[in-house]
Design a protein around this ligand. Structure first.
Ligand SMILES: NC(=O)c1ccc[n+]([C@@H]2O[C@H](COP(=O)([O-])OP(=O)(O)OC[C@H]3O[C@@H](n4cnc5c(N)ncnc54)[C@H](OP(=O)(O)O)[C@@H]3O)[C@@H](O)[C@H]2O)c1
Length: 264
C-alpha cells in the first residue's frame, strides 16, 4: 500500500514509518528538520502550517505513485497553561498546527481517494480530545475540533469507499512532552497555584508512559484491517476507563474525579 504520514521526525510518526515500512508498504512521511532518517522511507519537507507545502507533499506522492491508499494525520504539538494566561497567538497556533494542519492535507487527499474509489484516513486525536483537560485547554480544543471534523467526514465519504479512523492515544513517552510550550508567566502560577502541580503530574504520566512502538504495532493492524472501527483508544486500562466513566457518570461526578486526579 502507498502510505503518507505527517510528522515522522520523532515519536509516533517515526515509529509508524518504521513499522509500516517493515510491513512492506511504501511509506512517505513529512518532516520539517529530521536528521536521523529511516532507511527505505521517503521523506518530504512540509510544514503543516503552510498551505502550499501540504499540497506539494500530496502531489509528490501522486507524481511518484499515482495513488494514496492510507493517509495518517499525526503531526501535532501541545501548548499548555491556564487559559486566562494563554495568548491569542498561542490559541491560533495550536489550532493552526493540530486542526488546520489536518484540514490542509485532507483538502488535497480527499479528491484523490474519491477518484480512486478507496482509501483509509487515520487521524490522531487524543484522550484529551474526548474530555477537556485542565491547563491543556487549547490542546483539548484542537483535538475536539479533529473529533467533530472526522465524525462528519466519516459519514460523508462512506459512499466513496473511504474509511475514517480516529486514534485516541493516552500518555506515551515521545518528544511531545519536551516540545510542549507551557505558559511560564509567574503571575499565572500565582493566580493558579494548582497549575504547577497539574503540569508536573501530566509530564510524569507522559514521560513514564507507553512506548510509541506499541502504538505503531496497533496502527499496523488497523492499516491491514479492511473494516476498521471508527475509534481506537490506545492507552493503559486506567485511561480507557476514564473515557467510559465520562460517558456514564453525571458531569459533576466526572469533573470531581478529574479535579482530584490533576490535583486541582
Ligand atoms: N505523546 C502523547 O502522549 C500523545 C498523546 C495523545 C496524542 N498525541 C498526539 O500524537 C501525535 C504525535 O505526537 P508525538 O507524541 O509523536 O510527539 P512528537 O514526538 O513531538 O512528534 C510530533 C510530530 O509532529 C511534527 N510537527 C509538529 N508541529 C509541526 C508543524 N507545524 N508542521 C509539521 N510537523 C509538525 C513534529 O515535527 P518537528 O520535529 O518538525 O517538530 C513531529 O514529527 C500528535 O498529534 C499528538 O497530539 C500524543
Amino acid at each position: 500500500m502507498i502510505i503518507l504520514i505527517t510528522g515522522i521526525s520523532s515519536g509516533f510518526g517515526r515509529a509508524m514509518a518504521e513499522q509500516l515500512s517493515a510491513d512492506g508498504h511504501t511509506v512517505y512521511g513529512t518532516h520539517r528538520n529530521a536528521t536521523d532518517l529511516l532507511p527505505g522511507v521517503h521523506y518530504i519537507k512540509a510544514d503543516a502550517q503552510k498551505d502550499e507545502e501540504c499540497q506539494a507533499a500530496v502531489q509528490q506522492v501522486l507524481d511518484a505513485e499515482g495513488r494514496i491508499d492510507v493517509f495518517i494525520n499525526n503531526a501535532g504539538m501541545g501548548i499548555g497553561g491556564p487559559l486566562e494566561f494563554s495568548s491569542l497567538e498561542d490559541a491560533r497556533k495550536q489550532m493552526d498546527v493540530n486542526w488546520m494542519g489536518m484540514v490542509r492535507f485532507l483538502h488535497w487527499v480527499l479528491p484523490v481517494m474519491r477518484r480512486q474509489k478507496s482509501g483509509k484516513i487515520i487521524c490522531f486525536s487524543s484522550i484529551g480530545g474526548l474530555m477537556g483537560l485542565p491547563f491543556q485547554g487549547l490542546y483539548s480544543a484542537s483535538k475536539f475540533a479533529i473529533e467533530g471534523y472526522c465524525e462528519a467526514l466519516r459519514m460523508e465519504v462512506r459512499a466513496h469507499n473511504i474509511k475514517v479512523v480516529v486514534i485516541e492515544p493516552g500518555d506515551f513517552a515521545t518528544s511531545f512532552t519536551a516540545k510542549r510550550k507551557s505558559v511560564a508567566n509567574p503571575e499565572a502560577h500565582e493566580a493558579y497555584p494548582s497549575y504547577a502541580r497539574s503540569l508536573a503530574s501530566i509530564e510524569h504520566d507522559e514521560t513514564t508512559g507507553l512506548k510509541p512502538d506499541f502504538l505503531a504495532r496497533r496502527i499496523s493492524k488497523i492499516v491491514k484491517n479492511p473494516r476498521p472501527r471508527y475509534r481506537y483508544i490506545i492507552s493503559t486500562l486506567e485511561q480507557r476507563l476514564s473515557v467510559f466513566l465520562k460517558a456514564i457518570l453525571p458531569p459533576s461526578w466526572f469533573e470531581a474525579i478529574l479535579r482530584s486526579y490533576y490535583k486541582l
